[in-house]
Design a protein around this ligand. Structure first.
Ligand code: M6R
Length: 608
C-alpha cells in the first residue's frame, strides 16, 4: 500500500535518502512513485509510473539539483484513479508552491473538491490526495503549519501527510490520523516514513507519532503538537532489529529467506514464555490485564487474510483446551454483524503489520462494547499494538515479502500458547499442558527438518507447475492450513486454488475433480487419518491427481511430500504448512514471477 518518506538534513543526502527509503518500502506494494525536492528557490518534482527504477530513470533524464535541506517522496498503490503520472504523488497547491505526499484515504474528498472547483481551482488528477494539497494552498498565508492545521479540520478519513512549501525552505510538516507514521531521529537529520524499514539504515532512534499529532521539523529540530496545538510529549524509542534483518542475505527473494529463517524466528517467539515446571505460559505483555482474564466468558479472534486463517486455527485450539466459547471472525465483516460481545469478551486481534485498516476498525468497534482487546502483532509500535489494551509481539523480525509466511507460523503458535494460558486457569490438566509445551519447544527443530527437504518439495511442485487450479483439503486442525495453503499459492503463483475441509468435498467440490485438477491432501497421522484416506480415495476414484503431505509415502497418492511427525495433532498442521509454503514458492519461482511483490497486492492494507 502507499508509503511516504520525507527527509530533513544535508542537501547532498536528500535525494539518496528519499530513493533508498522508497526502495525499502517497495515491499508494501505500489504502482507509481514520485519525489519533490527543494532546489534553489523552487520545489522540483519527478514522477513515474511503475517501479522506482523508472523514477530513477526520470531523474537521470532530467536531474534535480538539490540545494535545500528537505524533500518528500511517495510510492502509490492506486485507489482513486489509475496508476498514471498525473495521479502519482507528490501533489501540489494550485500555485505549485506547496507539495505533499499522503498515505490513507480522504473520505469526503468529492465534497471538498466541488467546493474548491466552485472557487475556480483546477484539478490535474483523480486522487483524493490532490484535494488536500489544493485545500492547504487556499489556506496558506506564510505559515505551512497553520495552513495544515486549518485544512485537516475539514478532512474525514485517514491520513499520514508530509508537506513542504517553497516559501519556507528547510521546513517539513508531518501529520497523522489513522495511518502509520514514524519519525527517525538521526544525527543532524530527521526522516519521516510510513514504517521503520525506510529509516533503519540511517538511525535506530524513532518516535511513533500518535493519531491527532503534527510534527514540525526545521533541520534537526522538531516540535510535536496535537491538532489542538498543545505540545505532545514523546520519548525517542530504540528499534531492536538491524538492517541485516531487512535484506535478502543471499536468498533469491525475501519470501524464501522468511520461510527458511522460521526455526530461528519461532525460537524468538517462544523464548522466555514457557515455564515448564509449572506447565504455564508467561506473556509479559499480558501482565497488566491478568485480573480481567479471570472473568472472561467468550473469546473472539480477529484477523484477515493469513491472520484470519491463523485465527481459525486458534479457534480450534481455544475450544479444545478451554471451556470458553471461542470464535474467529474475519475483520472486515466484524462491524456489520451483531457479535454479541460484552465486557467479559476477550478480543484478540492478529496482525503482522499492525496497520490493517479492517482490523483496526473492528477493534475500535469492539472497544465501544467494553471488551478486553489485546493484540498478537509483529510490528513494534504499530497502530494495533497501540490501540489494544495489552498484547504479545511475535518477535520474528521484519516480514518484507507481501505474502505472509513466518507470521502465520508464529501467530498460530502464540495462539496455542494463549489457549494453554487460559486453559490452565480453566481446568486444563497439568500433564496435558506440560506435554504440549514440551512439543512446542521441539517445533523449531521439526520445522528445520521440513526445510531440509526444500529441493524434494520443489521437485514435486515442478510437476504441478502448469496446473490452472488446485484443491487443498484438510480436516480439523489441518483445515485452516488448507485455507492458508490455497491462499499462498494464489497470491504468489496466480494459480486458482480452493482450500476446503476434506469433509466438504462430496458436498459440491467433487464435481470439479478430474485428471486435470490436482488435490493437495493434508494427510499426516492424526485422529481423523482414516477419514482423510477415504477422502483421498474419493478423489482418486475420479482420476484426480493427489499430492499428499504425510509422515510417510502414501501409495494411493501420486506424490507424497514426507514431513516429520511432531507427535501432536494440534502442532502437526503448523509443520505441514511449512511444506505448503515451499510448494507455493517453488511454483511461483518456476513460473518466473515476482515472488515478493505479486501483482495487485499490498503488504499492509491501510484502507478499508
Ligand atoms: O498485516 P496483517 O497480518 O494484518 O495483514 C492481513 C492480510 O492483509 C495479510 O495476511 C494478507 O492476506 C497476506 N498477503 C497473506 O499472505
Amino acid at each position: 500500500m502507499c508509503g511516504i518518506v520525507a527527509y530533513s538534513g544535508s542537501s547532498d543526502e536528500v535525494l539518496p535518502t528519499l530513493i533508498s527509503g522508497l526502495k525499502r518500502l517497495e515491499y508494501r506494494g505500489y504502482d507509481s512513485a514520485g519525489v519533490a525536492i527543494q532546489s534553489g528557490k523552487k520545489i522540483e518534482v519527478r514522477k513515474a509510473v511503475g517501479k522506482i527504477v523508472e523514477l530513477e530513470q526520470a531523474i537521470a533524464t532530467k536531474p534535480i539539483h538539490s540545494s535545500g535541506s528537505v524533500g518528500i517522496a511517495h510510492i502509490r498503490w492506486a485507489t482513486h484513479g489509475l496508476a498514471t503520472v498525473h495521479n502519482a504523488h507528490p501533489h501540489s497547491s494550485a500555485d505549485r508552491r506547496i507539495w505533499l505526499v499522503h498515505n490513507g484515504i480522504i473520505e469526503n474528498y468529492q465534497e471538498i473538491r466541488s467546493q474548491l472547483e466552485k472557487q475556480g481551482i483546477k484539478f490535474e488528477s483523480e486522487t483524493d490526495t490532490e484535494v488536500v494539497a489544493k485545500l492547504i494552498g487556499t489556506l496558506y498565508s506564510g505559515d505551512i503549519r497553520a495552513a495544515v492545521l486549518q485544512a485537516i479540520k475539514q478532512l474525514k478519513g485517514a491520513y499520514a501527510l508530509a508537506v513542504v512549501s517553497q516559501d519556507e525552505p528547510g521546513r517539513l510538516i508531518g501529520v497523522k490520523l489513522a495511518s502509520p507514521m514514524v519519525v527517525g531521529v538521526g544525527h543532524d537529520e530527521m526522516i519521516i516514513a510510513s514504517d521503520v524499514s525506510a529509516i533503519i539504515d540511517r538511525t535506530k532512534k524513532v518516535i511513533y507519532l500518535e493519531d491527532g499529532e503534527l510534527i514540525d521539523v526545521r533541520g534537526s529540530d522538531y516540535e510535536i503538537v496535537g491538532f489542538d496545538e498543545q505540545p505532545a510529549e514523546h520519548k525517542v524509542e530504540q528499534i531492536d532489529w538491524d538492517l541485516e534483518a531487512a535484506t535478502k542475505q543471499g536468498f533469491d527473494s525475501f519470501l524464501l529467506k522468511e520461510i527458511m529463517e522460521q526455526p530461528r524466528a519461532i525460537e524468538d517467539s517462544i523464548r522466555g514464555r514457557i515455564v515448564l515446571d509449572d506447565a504455564m505460559v508467561k506473556f509479559g505483555g499480558l501482565i497488566d490485564v491478568r485480573d480481567r482474564l479471570k472473568d472472561i466468558d467468550q473469546v473472539v479472534l480477529l484477523g484477515i487474510g493469513t491472520s484470519y486463517y491463523s485465527a481459525k486455527l486458534g479457534e480450534l485450539y481455544f475450544n479444545a483446551l478451554t471451556d470458553i466459547p471461542t470464535v474467529a471472525v474475519m475483520a472486515p465483516e466484524f462491524r456489520y454483524n451483531k457479535n454479541n460481545i460484552g465486557k467479559n469478551t476477550w478480543l484478540i486481534a492478529l496482525s503482522q503489520s499492525g496497520e490493517t485498516a479492517d482490523t483496526i476498525a473492528a477493534i475500535e468497534e469492539a472497544k465501544r462494547h467494553g471488551v478486553l482487546a489485546t493484540g498478537i502483532v509483529n510490528v513494534v509500535g504499530s497502530t494495533i499494538a497501540r490501540i489494544t489494551d495489552a498484547g504479545v509481539y511475535n518477535h520474528i523480525g521484519p516480514e518484507i515479502s507481501v505474502a505472509s509466511t513466518k507470521a502465520f507460523t508464529s501467530q498460530s503458535l502464540i495462539l496455542l500458547m494463549h489457549a494453554i494460558l487460559l486453559g490452565r486457569s480453566d481446568g486444563l490438566d497439568f500433564g496435558q499442558a506440560k506435554s504440549l509445551l514440551q512439543k512446542i519447544s521441539q517445533l523449531p527443530g521439526t520445522i528445520a527438518k521440513v526445510l531440509e527437504q526444500c529441493d524434494e518439495i520443489g521437485a514435486i511442485a515442478h510437476k504441478y507447475e502448469k496446473a490452472h487450479n488446485l484443491l487443498y483439503i484438510g480436516r480439523q486442525y489441518n483445515y485452516p492450513v488448507a485455507l492458508e495453503g490455497a491462499l499462498k499459492i494464489k497470491e504468489i503463483s496466480y494459480t486458482h486454488a480452493e482450500g476446503l475441509s476434506a469433509g466438504e468435498l462430496k458436498h459440491g467440490f467433487i464435481a470439479l475433480v478430474d485428471e486435470h485438477l490436482p488435490t493437495i491432501a493434508l494427510a499426516t497421522a492424526d485422529a481423523l487419518s482414516d477419514k482423510m484416506m477415504a477422502n483421498i480415495e474419493e478423489v482418486k476414484a475420479r482420476k484426480g491427481p493427489v499430492v499428499a503431505v504425510a509422515n510417510e509415502k502414501l501409495s494411493i497418492a501420486d506424490d507424497t511430500i514426507v514431513v516429520p511427525s511432531i507427535g501432536n495433532d494440534l502442532l502437526q498442521p503448523i509443520v505441514n504448512n511449512i511444506a505448503l509454503q515451499i510448494f507455493a514458492y517453488s511454483v511461483a519461482r518456476a513460473r518466473g514471477l515476482n515472488i515478493d511483490q505479486p501483482r495487485n497486492l499490498a503488504k499492509s492494507v491501510t484502507v478499508e
